[in-house]
Design a protein around this ligand. Structure first.
Ligand code: ADP
Ligand code: MG
Length: 592
């Protein structure tokens, strides 16, 4: 523990010298970085200590994947890249999957990886954890850099800030080799060279012609629909999007991480009648949502065969990724929505009453069908009534950041729990990955200082669950809720052989996940009824302390692959019918 407590100015390495760790920390701070999430070891332990001593809040995590996810959550919530730190080779490699996920999701994040001296790695001499990390990172990020000289530190940080934030945001890797870590620079020269990235997320307004064309197309529509994606959340375009809805009455469909951009309870929201809305809309305004697998590529039974799309996206490469787009609008969403709002003075349009009434009637019908399931007293509980009980707590705490992962726990939670504020729901994202949401919960709690609710399935939680220790160590206001059905998808799958082992999908149904947090000083609860769920989650959230509610649901609750079972190719040769694979034969009613 050398000099970190006094090292709050560049120059701690000597009277007139600074060194790379101090200079990098100083540059990050000047660029507005307040937190760093990581796992220390050779050669970056001192860098973390120094950064902490200089005022960056350092969050020591238990796995690099979670550290990068925490930093990515910070990026999603603020529009500025979160920063993660890893050691060389294995630590670095653990960070690659979430870097690629962040690139896919468009979350701005910078990962700094300590690495070994170039010459020993390049000659393949057998260095400790020697790996050409920058080259590996290229395919997993928007861009990767290596700092070979201490004087390049401000350049590396400025490049990383611009690339992480601008255009479609994403991930950047900075390689920090140990021979650079050891370099020094004259203090005055260092101070002179330091600069702050200017306007890393610039406005990029679209062409006026594309806006005019979009408004003409919308005015010609019988059933116009707006589809809001997480690009609109990233763009922080809530005011402009809300103003457009107010002015035009256009109904909208929120994608998962766009929920809450406008409160889900707004009468224009078509979340409860998605099927009908997509099947009957004739002009669809895509606001930061890709026509990827989640939207069936804009084709097929889900869509009106004559639908025309207007696509607002900052990335021109995204236009017509899967099908023809009648009106591309390339630019940033805030500018584009502002221009659409302004254009309404000359080219006004309003969604018709008949269209809105048709959607409202379908919403009412679906709510009447699902409402009783969410409020049922059926025992053992299923996903619907367990989540229905949590919804009651969430409705009283609409400021809670919700981080969600799982299969059925993800799909049903997205449908059941309304979100009321922008960027308050973080989940498995474009790839549907497991093992992201505990990291997201930690990033959200650190970034905002607000309370966070994690809701995961027992399988999803298993990937990143060790981070409950991190939550306890830093006293973060996170309530973890795990819905345990004892397996991947559900817990009652059978071993089709006769060796007596659990099936490939089976986990421990008789578990007590809440005891994990008790091991680290947090408070655990075990709930078996909806009333207990509501009471215990309510109490845990109110405490504002690290807390954990294990929710025991039925072993047979849930469907294989949740709502995306259709993506599962079914082997032609049995016995793999659900009824032959499970203890409790699957039937529609059993999904609860
Ligand atoms: P979802 O999963 O919610 O449907 P996607 O991740 O598929 O959303 O799509 C988000 C889109 O938003 C991406 O194509 C991305 O390029 C775009 N995007 C991100 N930020 C902005 C922005 N500030 N302005 C315009 N488009 C953006
Ligand atoms: Mg499960």
């Amino acid at each position: 523990m050398a000099d970190q407590t006094t090292a709050n100015t560049v120059g701690a390495a000597g009277q007139n010298l600074t060194d790379s760790p101090h200079y990098l920390a100083e540059t990050l701070i000047k660029n507005g970085v307040k937190h760093m999430y990581g796992v220390v070891g050779i050669p970056v332990t001192d860098f973390a200590r120094i950064a902490q001593g200089m005022g960056i809040r350092y969050i020591g995590m238990r796995h690099e994947e979670d550290a990068v996810n925490a930093a990515a959550a910070e990026g999603f919530l603020t529009g500025r890249p979160g920063v993660a730190l890893t050691v060389s080779a294995p630590g670095f490699l653990n960070g690659l999957a979430p870097l690629l996920e962040a690139k896919e999701n468009g979350f701005p994040v910078i990962m700094i990886g300590g690495s070994s001296s170039r010459h020993v790695v390049d000659m393949k001499e057998g260095e400790y954890e020697g790996l050409d990390q920058m080259s590996y990172a290229k395919d997993f990020t928007k861009e990767s850099f290596r700092i070979d000289r201490i004087e390049d530190i401000p350049l590396a940080v400025a490049r990383a800030m611009h690339i992480a934030c601008s255009g479609r945001p994403g991930s950047v890797y900075i390689d920090f080799p140990d021979d650079t870590v050891a370099q020094t620079l004259d203090k005055d020269a260092a101070a002179k060279q330091l600069w702050v990235a200017n306007d890393p997320c610039p406005k990029m307004p679209p062409a006026q012609e594309s806006i005019d064309k979009a408004l003409d197309l919308l005015a010609s529509a019988k059933n116009p629909l707006m589809l809001i994606g997480k690009g609109a959340s990233l763009a922080q375009a809530e005011d402009e999007v809300q103003a457009f809805v107010n002015a035009t009455d256009i109904p909208y469909q929120p994608m998962s991480m766009a929920k809450g951009l406008i409160p889900d309870t707004d009468p224009h929201c078509t979340a409860s009648c998605r099927g009908l809305a997509l099947r009957t809309a004739d002009v669809v305004l895509l606001v930061g949502a890709r026509l990827n697998w989640m939207l069936n590529f804009g084709e097929g039974r889900e869509w009106n065969p004559d639908v025309k799309f207007i696509q607002i996206d900052i990335d021109p490469n995204e236009i017509e990724n899967a099908r023809s787009i009648a009106c591309p609008v390339v630019g940033d969403i805030r500018s584009a929505m502002q221009m659409l709002n302004d254009g309404l003075a000359k080219k006004p349009f309003k969604a018709s009453k008949e269209w809105l009434e048709m959607l409202a009637a379908d919403t009412a019908k679906n709510d009447a069908k699902f409402g009783p399931k969410e409020n049922a007293d059926t025992m053992p509980m299923g996903h619907y009534n367990a989540l229905g009980a949590i919804k009651k707590v969430y409705d009283k705490n609409p400021d809670l950041y919700l981080c969600n992962e799982g299969a059925n726990t993800l799909d049903d939670c997205r449908d059941i729990i309304d979100i009321y504020k922008p960027r308050h729901r973080l989940d498995c994202g474009t790839w549907g990955v497991m093992g992201c949401a505990v990291g997201y919960a930690i990033g959200a709690a650190v970034t905002t200082g607000e309370k966070v609710l994690y809701i995961g399935g027992d399988s999803g939680f298993g990937f990143d669950g060790m981070e409950v220790e991190t939550a306890c160590r830093y006293g973060l206001p996170i309530t973890f809720v795990v819905l345990n059905n004892g397996g991947i998808y559900r817990g009652d799958f059978l071993n089709l052989g006769n060796d007596g082992d659990p099936s490939p999908l089976t986990l421990t149904y008789e578990a007590h996940y809440e005891r994990m947090i008790e091991a680290f000083g947090g408070k655990g609860y075990y709930a078996t009824t909806p009333a207990e769920v509501e009471q215990m989650v309510g109490e845990a959230v109110a405490s504002g302390k690290p807390s954990f509610v294990h929710v025991q649901i039925a072993e047979y609750a849930g469907k294989e692959s949740g709502h995306i079972g259709n993506l599962n190719p079914k082997p032609v040769v049995g016995p793999l019918a659900d009824s032959e694979c499970t203890k409790y034969p699957y039937k529609e009613g059993a999904h609860m």
